[in-house]
Write a protein that binds this ligand. Structure first.
Ligand code: NAD
Ligand code: ZN
Ligand code: ZN
Length: 262
């Protein structure tokens, strides 16, 4: 959390001033950028007319300042901001995953489609608890079904050696991109998942689309393989697209290769 900064200060860090707003609508409130924000809620007083529109510094999308502050206030207020149009992340995005444990180890068996290597098994364990202010129903209990949840990634001795020897992830990535079927890549996926766990982005609290249960721990937008020897659920191997999908989903959470560089 970015202590001591007001929501308006946080939002302004990522904005450039816009003197003459274009003849376009703000896609948050659907009102013209040249006019006032359509947002009428509390907590945004004191924003003067002169600074009412801002351009996000990296992607260039423009919004009413007041609308961005309202959006920020609706999130978990972690000092980060995500452009609602193109999803560019400003700052470090974190989630609301409840407390728990992530562990991993190698098991001496191979996954379908990866005959030459062993397997990384990740074990997530999250106990039930009480929802915090960052959850949908603060103060209410949440359930946690099917834990510990076991997930699988292919591993390989070879990939591990290359990785340790060079300890430069870029090289591993270059090799992997040339041979997407290659297992080196998965070591990197594990590293990125550890970052995602630290930022509380692997799980969330909400309504399970599988069971319909509300106020429960659910997977959060990053797909995991939970089936080992077969693929009856669609969450197993082989799946040639898995690598690219996971990397893309991690990127959408703001987690990229750079997060693993020393
Ligand atoms: P969800 O159903 O809301 O789905 C969220 C995301 O997780 C979706 O993208 C979905 O495709 C994916 N997903 C769903 N089932 C998955 C699975 N088995 N393995 C990997 N990804 C899966 O999220 P949820 O409620 O967290 O997921 C449901 C899964 O949770 C169940 O299939 C099961 O593994 C576990 N669960 C177990 C019990 C139990 O009592 N053993 C009870 C409830 C849920
Ligand atoms: Zn607006
Ligand atoms: Zn944008």
């Amino acid at each position: 959390a970015r202590k001591g900064k007001t929501p308006e200060e946080v939002v302004k860090r990522y904005l450039q001033k816009v003197r003459n707003p274009p003849e376009e609508d703000c896609t948050i409130c659907m009102e013209a950028l040249s006019g006032p924000s359509g947002y009428k809620g509390p907590g945004v007083g004191g924003i003067s007319r002169a600074e009412s529109v801002g351009r996000l510094a990296q992607c260039g999308h423009q919004y009413h300042l007041q609308c961005l502050v309202a959006m920020y206030n609706n999130g978990n207020k972690d000092g980060s901001l995500q452009c609602p149009t193109c999803k560019t992340i400003y700052g470090v995005k974190t989630g609301n995953q409840p407390p728990g444990k992530m562990e991993y180890h190698i098991i001496p068996h191979s996954l379908p489609g990866h005959p030459d290597c062993k397997t990384i098994r990740i074990i997530y364990n999250i106990p039930p608890g009480i929802q915090g202010p960052e959850h949908p129903n603060p103060g209410k209990p949440f359930t946690a079904r099917g834990f510990p949840r076991h997930c699988y990634l292919p591993d390989s001795e070879k990939g591990r050696k290359v990785y340790l020897k060079n300890s430069i992830i870029c090289l591993v990535l270059v090799i992997s991109q040339q041979h997407p079927e290659n297992n080196y890549y998965f070591i990197q996926v594990l590293r990125l998942l550890l970052v995602a766990w630290d930022r509380r982005l692997i799980f969330s609290v909400g309504t399970s689309s599988t069971t319909g249960e509300s106020d429960t721990v659910i997977w959060n937008e990053v797909h995991h393989k939970t089936e080992f020897g077969s693929n009856l659920t669609g969450h197993g191997f082989p799946d040639p697209g898995h690598l690219d999908n996971v990397l893309e989903e991690l990127r959408a959470q703001g987690i990229t290769e750079e997060d693993c560089l020393p």
